[in-house]
Ligand binder design. Sequence first.
Ligand SMILES: C[S@@+](CC[C@H](N)C(=O)[O-])C[C@H]1O[C@@H](n2cnc3c(N)ncnc32)[C@H](O)[C@@H]1O
Length: 269
Amino acid sequence: MAAHYIHGFSDAERRRLIAQAQMLAAPVFGGLDFSGDHSLLEVGCAVGAELHLIAQRAPHLALTGVDLSALHLRAGQAWLAGHAQIRLLQADARALPFPDDSFDVGMTIWLLEHLADPAAVVRELLRVVKPGGRVILTEVDNHSFGFDPPQPAISAWWDAFNACQAEVGGGDPYIGRRLRSIATCLGAEVLAEEPRLVISSADATRHRTEQLHYLRALLASGAERMLAAGYATAAMQQAMAAAFDAVQAAPGVAFRYGAVRLICRKPRP
Ligand SMILES: C[S@@+](CC[C@H](N)C(=O)[O-])C[C@H]1O[C@@H](n2cnc3c(N)ncnc32)[C@H](O)[C@@H]1O
């Protein structure tokens, strides 16, 4: 995975993940109620940035995070030292090292978009969640990203980013709209399928500058893989950066980016 994973495993990426979790906490966790749960598993947890936020919201939960990357996990262990409520393990989300019916809640956040076989992960989550427990999938729909008026240099970079993620990494950057069919094919009972607007210039609760900074960092996180694999050029990167500068200076330009949150339940026998 390491050579193909679009975001890479740098220190900058770990800082981006922690900032991202904080920036997107309201759309990712808003409306979720964990008061009746005791245990939660997040697969693809990276440094544990989301688990850290869940721990603040639900201190009664025993939290487990799983990731393939030893680098991310090592940084996460250091960062989360002292949080006895959270344990991090190295494992493949497609073959989880837990018995059946182990957790009340299983989650993915920005994971399935990177995998060629996302159903394998959902199948494992449904196995390790208790009967009646929930599986909550929050994943991107990269078709939802856009500016008004259009910003061609940013769109060109975004198209290249998505092509690189799909063709080199083997993932699906538009997976949000497939979550329901994946889960129902595996026998899950869908409780809710919710569009989540994660970035919006119309959102007065968050600063425009911070939201643009987030989008810019997201697009930049693919640069190393995109340039190495021939999906982008330095000129495209400069044009994209200049377009973000121009948008920053033009408060009339609107932007948005959305995701889908699917909440489903493992049927009782
Ligand atoms: C974009 S990050 C999301 C991290 C975290 N969910 C968050 O929101 O901060 C995706 C993570 O999935 C991990 N990953 C990719 N394939 C995996 C697999 N098969 N099993 C476990 N983790 C995997 C990567 O190492 C990376 O840390």
